[in-house]
Design a protein around this ligand. Structure first.
Ligand code: GLA
Length: 654
């Protein structure tokens, strides 16, 4: 990554701007209002392909020139979109086979967006022709600060099963495997007599009436990620010559299951993420924090951009739940606390027509005489007041392992229990840490993790031998590792590691698992520290000691939580789905991870450089007597208390 865009001062503030939906007088009012709200950056043209190239090979950039000039004259920077997420009707009409096909074999219809297959040759060449022209035309404009490529790759459809994709899959396989023998071996095609005699025999793993080879599915997921990334790279390479940073907005780091964002990050100049609350979850501020921490981790700790979030309700959830008073501000500043140098929204002005007309915006349908507008203007002031925070970094002593390949593999069919989910255990451990006021990084299992005091592996079902060795080295040299059940089970091809579970983790954990005993739907087992859900299993110690025991169920009397002292460190294992808070406290204490004492678990506390962010998600004021310094949001000394629902950003006295 080559760096953050050069933007006007303050935390970047603004959002997606779609002037093509409005007459000129509204566009002029837009710029006046943007200045009033302190907007510094807007993303333009994200879905405007049909207006920029109204017929094949005929380009019309004049209308957008006017908009860019107007914004530039007002000191508002532009993130220029490349509109490839919305191919025009003429393109689809001419190339109907560019419409993606689902795994079930349904061809996607036009009239929405994201309706072109990333492997289709005509889509690739039309993309290249348009982006080359956009680069040449808008690249030199001083008002264009960066490029916003495409929109949310992989959402809503990650994998396409059309004939073009299938052909590209074969090419991808030829490059991945040295020989067909190697492929047959890796996919375990001796099972159900699936052996392939030539690459031509291999098809996309379409829906079938029974389970399709899981190794093939896993490779297809890798391939789909590769194809989208190749489409991005094609554009990035054409935009590079402009000297302006290039990025694409992720469809939510946590929920964008189809893209391996560890692979994307090195291809971007700055990581950009979109985040939307699940309106009906009361703990959604914790999931927001998790998304932000994952964004920062993907960015390697560098400042990243919150490219989209909402001022209020979204239009695509079952119920469009509005944000409560103060919630938008807390959401925005929580992202900044966790490393974002931007607060951007979808979108500037609510659309009067189209699919998203009931989505909130910075300028709602009600206009400026509205609470949302007043809150937006106030947030613009916060963004300016936090200018000095820009570029500072968040430190974390604890990391949770995160691997998209494990996410994909774990959620294929025919696992020992359908109650297993990649996110469920990660969220449980993350939430417990959040409530302990511990800031968390996420790390790939093969990454350098030596700087962390504690590593948590709640969902490492797929784990390579090399990654397991990485974890072992980490423990031997003094690290504290905590592993949850159903981890270390399969290799990169979803093949069970040889011998007893948990394969490559047996040595580091000092145990093996004889058999899984998943619980019936809604069932629980009692363990020493409280109830366990979903899972029970027969753990046999081989060096580790039992810390907690199953008190009932299929493994009554056998270990449920264990600890293995190894080298200078220790590895813990948890054999069921517990509420991990008490156990984590013990592990954190032993690993000397300090937490601020005496604070309620409704107060979010994050340190970013010399700044302490205090976000009160509760209904009563919280005293924080230990923090002293200037509150950047008020410009005065921090009063030692954060009001109900309020935020303070304290630059601590040295
Ligand atoms: C996504 C898209 C935006 C918009 C928002 C609505 O994040 O990128 O174009 O549709 O959702 O929430």
């Amino acid at each position: 990554m080559s760096g953050y865009p050069a933007l006007p001062g303050g935390i970047a503030f603004g959002g997606d701007y779609n002037p093509e939906q409005w007459p000129r007088e509204v566009q002029e009012e837009d710029v006046r209002l943007m200045r009033e709200a302190g907007v510094t950056l807007v993303n333009l043209g994200i879905f405007a392909w049909a207006l920029l190239e109204p017929a094949e090979g005929e380009y019309d950039f004049g209308w957008l020139d006017e908009v860019v000039d107007r914004l530039h004259a007002a000191g508002i920077a532009v993130g220029m979109g490349t509109p490839t997420a919305a191919p025009p009707a003429w393109f689809t009409k001419k190339y109907p086979d560019s419409l993606p096909v689902t795994r079930e074999g349904r061809r996607v219809g036009p009239g929405g967006r994201e309706h072109a297959c990333s492997s289709h040759p005509a889509f690739l060449s039309a993309t290249a022709r348009l982006v080359e022209r956009l680069a040449a035309h808008f690249g030199p404009h001083p008002g264009v600060a960066m490029w916003h490529v495409h929109n949310e790759y992989g959402a809503p459809l990650g994998e396409c099963y059309c004939a073009w994709s299938e052909q590209a899959f074969r090419e991808w396989l030829r490059a991945r495997y040295e020989s067909l023998d190697e492929l047959n071996q890796a996919w375990g095609t001796a099972f159900w007599g699936q052996r392939y005699g030539s690459y031509e025999e291999i098809e996309a793993p379409r829906w079938s009436h029974t389970v399709v080879n899981p190794a093939q599915r896993l490779d297809y997921a890798r391939f789909a990620n590769h194809e989208h990334l190749a489409h991005y790279r094609l554009q990035r390479d054409l935009l590079r010559g402009t000297g302006k940073p290039v990025t694409t907005n992720f469809a939510g780091t946590v929920n964008c299951k189809s893209m391996d964002l560890w692979a994307w990050a090195p291809e971007l100049d700055v990581v950009a993420n979109d985040h939307y609350l699940v309106g009906e979850r009361t703990d959604n501020h914790i999931h927001l924090a998790m998304s932000a921490d994952l964004s920062r981790s993907i960015a390697g700790g560098a400042p990243w951009m919150l490219m989209e979030h909402s001022t209020g309700a979204v239009s695509w959830q079952p119920r469009g739940i509005a944000k409560r008073p103060g919630e938008m501000r807390r959401n925005s500043l929580a992202h900044v606390a966790r490393g974002s140098d931007a607060i951007l929204f979808f979108q500037w002005r609510a659309s009067r027509f189209g699919a998203e007309k009931f989505h909130s915006a910075m300028v709602p349908h009600a206009g400026t005489d509205s609470q949302i507008w007043r809150d937006v203007v106030a947030l613009g002031a916060d963004a300016r007041n936090l200018a000095e925070v820009r570029g500072s970094r968040v430190g974390a002593e604890v990391a949770i392992l995160w691997d998209w390949e494990s996410y994909w593999a774990l959620e294929l069919e025919w696992r020992p229990s359908e109650d297993l989910s990649y996110l469920e255990r990660i969220e449980a451990y993350y939430e417990a840490l959040w409530r302990e006021h511990v800031t968390v990084d996420f790390a790939h299992p093969s990454a350098d993790i030596s700087r962390y005091r504690v590593i948590i592996a709640p969902s490492s079902y797929l784990l390579s031998e090399a990654s397991a060795k990485n974890l072992q080295r980490y423990v031997e040299s003094g690290g504290h590792l905590l592993v949850s059940f159903f981890s270390g089970i399969v290799d990169e091809h979803d093949g069970v590691h040889a011998g007893a579970y948990p394969g490559v983790l047996r040595d580091v954990l000092g145990l093996c698992v004889e058999e899984f005993h998943p619980l019936p739907a809604g069932g629980t087992v009692q363990v020493t520290g409280g109830p366990g859900r979903v899972w029970s299993e027969r753990v046999r110690l081989g060096g580790a000691t039992a810390v907690q025991t199953f008190e009932d169920g299929p493994d009554a009397g056998h270990p449920a939580v264990t600890r293995n002292a190894l080298g200078a460190g220790a590895a813990w294992y948890v054999a069921t789905a517990i509420d991990p808070r008490d156990l984590l406290r013990e592990v954190l204490d032993r690993a000397s991870v300090a937490r601020p004492p005496g604070l309620p678990d409704t107060l979010e506390v994050v340190r970013r450089g010399p700044y302490t962010f205090l976000l009160n998600h509760g209904g009563s004021p919280v005293a924080v007597p230990a923090v002293h310094g200037a509150d950047l949001l008020t410009g005065s000394a921090f009063v030692g208390e954060v009001p109900a629902g309020g935020v303070a950003v304290v630059k601590e006295d040295m």
